[in-house]
Write a new protein. Structure first.
Length: 77
């Protein structure tokens, strides 16, 4: 899957989200999207890094402690 496909999936999902609101004002959209995207991102990267946090952190461009906090936040540890 290319970067374009990921962007298009996010775009379509957001369009659907706003349609489903039926004119109601959204709240906290940024945090919602980051949270929903971050968990599967962490799951997939950790899987491919064979649960090696140092390797996964390097691949993600994160500090290992930051990655560990995010994994704990998402209950992935």
């Amino acid at each position: 899957m290319s970067k374009h496909n990921i962007e298009e999936c996010v775009r379509e999902s957001l369009q659907s989200y706003f349609r489903d609101l039926g004119g109601e004002a959204p709240d906290g959209v940024y945090d919602m999207v980051v949270r929903l995207v971050e968990r599967p991102l962490l799951e997939v990267v950790m899987h491919h890094a064979e649960n090696n946090q140092s390797r996964a952190a390097e691949w993600l461009g994160l500090n290992r402690n930051t990655l560990r906090k995010k994994l704990l936040d998402h209950k992935l540890l």
